[in-house]
Every structure is written in C-alpha cells, then in structure tokens.
Design a binder for this molecule. Structure first.
Ligand code: PBG
Length: 309
C-alpha cells in the first residue's frame, strides 16, 4: 500500500533482433535466451508482447555481410529487413508500438554508426543527412517511434523537420540522448553482426562515462530540436543520470538495460550466484524508482510473466 514505485508490463519495451530467411531462429551465444528471428517469427513475438501487455517492441537487424558497405546504402532500402519486419508486424498486430533504431552500424562495413573519413573518423554532418533518409524509410514502413542511437549532433532537428515535411506528424522521436561509450554493448554487437567488423572504438561520438553534466547538455539539445522522449544508456550503472535528467527536464525518460547488463544477470543466475527472477524484478523496479517511464530490456517477456504472477 505504501510502495512508492510500481512496475507493470506497460513500462517495458522489448528489443528484438531480425535475421534473414523464413522459419529461422539463431540463438546468440553471448546473450543466452535471446535469438535472432526471421520476420515470420518476429510477428509471433509481437503477438506475444501484445498478449503480455508490453506496449512496444524495438527492432534491430543483422544485415547479411555482403550488403554492408562504406556508405551504408542498405539502411535506405525500403525493402530491407527492418522495413519488412515493420510492415509485417503492423499488418498482423496493429496495436503494438514499433520503435526502430536510427544508426548505421548494422549496415556499414566497418561497424561504425556513421560514415568515416580516410582516417576512420565519423563525419557528423554527412552521417546526419543519411540518418534523416533512414528515419524516413522506417517511418514510411510504419514505425511509430524512430530512435536515433548514433549520437551525431543536430540529427534530431533534421529528422523532425523531414518527418513533418513528409506528413509523418505523429511519428515520435525517442532520442538516445545520453549514450555512453560503454563496455556493456558487446553482446549486442554480436547480435547485429558488427563486433568483428568494428575498427577502433566509438569514443569520438559516444559519451565519456566520467561525465554527467555533458549528458544534461546532450539532453537539452535533443529536446530543443524536437525529441518527444529521451533515453539514457546503458541503464543500471547510469541511474544517477536518469534521475538528474528527470529532475531537470520533467519529460519522459527511458533507459536501455543493455545487452551486457542482461548477460551479467544471466551469468549470475547460471553460476548460482543470484536468483534470476529476483534480479530481474529488482533491477527493473530500480529504473522506475530512478525516474524512468519505461525500460528497454531483453528480459521484457520474462518480467511481464513474473508480474502477471
Ligand atoms: C547502435 C546501438 C548499440 C546498441 C543499441 N544501438 C550498440 C553500440 O552503440 O555499439 C546497444 C544495445 C545493447 O547493448 O543492448 N547504434
């Protein structure tokens, strides 16, 4: 009766990985319990989310190696895996919200989120122009929320303007506003097939984990440019950032409990060091306590089942 915080399935967003083919399930070794699914299976997962009361799925694609290029052209193909999955889910489960990732890393031959110069430096403005086209392609396919996760400057404003011009007034932008250059993304890079390709690190565009005030400046910029909601990422080690963003800006704040965090909980449970169900509910409730409206988590269906009792 006196609990200050409530966690429900409505607070969960379920990230899903898409693979080419039909009837395909590819387990991801570094993310035990998580698979890449072909589009037909993704539709089934969306039905499952709907039945569990999870309002939204986040889609990521593993691009076939041959389609990864320096200019990330496949990101702009209206028939790429993401767009096919968005259309299939919208068709079969229209009630579910669909969030798509705007960034080039699953499409570039070098695994960076943007276009690089001959020294390997990611070019902000060149990349931003492509991200605008990518967001439009995803919106045309039926995405409800586009989520730029690339950390280029100015891309939220450019995407908002382009969405308005093309009549996508109701497509929301969830900005990965404070995204840190983190060691917790490893299993995700396996899932989208970019780990082995990545040259160097992402410190030139993702944030230094020593900084908090910088996160507030990043959030302020994205909100001024038209972001509807903002995200902090990774999750659990950054709850101080969530709290400061929430108190400063009073907007819906989301956090991404990222792949490495999921893997830590699974490893702890597998080693007998911790109780999986208890760890899942405690960590997700902590996000809510810190001020999150919702959490992107690979534990979403499991947590929803636990909450249903
Ligand atoms: C890429 C992207 C990443 C994640 C979401 N979008 C990885 C990265 O920035 O290298 C990480 C999610 C996770 O680890 O679960 N733009």
């Amino acid at each position: 009766m006196v609990a200050e915080t409530v966690l429900t399935p409505a607070n969960l967003i379920w990230p899903l990985f898409i693979a080419e083919g039909e009837g395909v399930e590819e387990p991801i070794a570094s993310l035990p319990g998580v698979s890449r699914w072909s589009v037909d299976h993704i539709v089934a997962r969306a039905r499952e989310a709907r039945a569990l009361g999870i309002p939204c799925v986040a889609l990521f694609q593993n691009t076939p190696r041959a389609l990864r290029t320096d200019d990330a052209g496949e990101a702009l193909n209206p028939d790429n895996l993401i767009c096919r999955a968005v259309r299939a889910v919208k068709d079969a489960v229209p009630e579910i919200g669909i969030l798509t990732d705007v960034a080039l890393d699953p499409y570039t031959a070098h695994g960076h989120d943007g276009i690089v110069d001959d020294k390997g430096y990611v070019l902000n403005d060149v990349t931003s122009a492509i991200l605008v086209e990518q967001a439009l392609v995803q919106a045309e396919a039926g995405a409800d929320i586009v989520a730029p996760s690339d950390m280029m400057d100015g891309r939220v404003g450019a995407i908002r303007q382009a969405l308005e011009q093309r009549g996508h007034h109701n497509v929301q932008i969830m900005a990965y506003a404070a995204k840190y250059a983190s060691a917790f993304y490893g299993p995700f890079r396996d899932a989208v097939g970019s780990r082995g390709l990545l040259k160097g690190d992402k410190k030139a565009y993702q944030m230094d984990y020593a900084n908090a005030e910088e996160a507030l400046r990043e959030v302020a910029m994205d909100l001024a440019e038209g972001a509807d909601t903002v995200m902090v990422k990774p999750g659990l080690p950054y709850l101080d950032i969530v709290r400061r963003v929430k108190e400063r800006f009073e907007v819906p704040v989301f956090a991404y409990q990222v792949s490495g965090e999921y893997a830590m909980i699974e490893a702890s449970a597998a080693a007998g060091a911790g109780d999986r169900d208890a760890l899942v509910l405690e960590t997700l409730t902590a996000f809510r306590r810190a001020g999150c409206s919702g959490v992107l988590t690979y534990h979403a269906p499991h947590a929803a089942r636990l909450l249903a009792g």
